[in-house]
Design a protein around this ligand. Structure first.
Ligand SMILES: [Zn+2]
Length: 83
């Protein structure tokens, strides 16, 4: 008389956890290198280059326009950006 111990083979499938890809973006801010560029402001009327300044290329992607005093025109004129 043999008593076989039948163990209930509890076959619990371990659900394979899908490897969730976690893209680690963010945290440290990127160094904004090269965003500031040197420009020259040129008078739109007499085409004289009167001012040197810098602008942030990220914030001001289009051409910069400023009303500045031109000593040649002796008044405030529109100055546009040149390289
Ligand atoms: Zn001018």
């Amino acid at each position: 008389m043999c008593a076989f111990f039948r163990r209930n083979a509890s076959s619990t499938y371990r659900e394979a956890m899908p490897a969730t890809r976690v893209n680690k973006i963010g945290g440290a801010e990127r160094m904004a290198a090269g965003a500031r560029v040197k420009i020259t402001l040129r008078c739109d009327e007499c085409k004289q280059r009167n001012y040197n300044t810098v602008k942030n290329k990220k914030n001001t992607s289009d051409r910069l326009e400023r009303s500045k005093y031109c000593p040649f025109c002796r008044k405030h004129t529109k100055h546009v950006e040149t390289k």
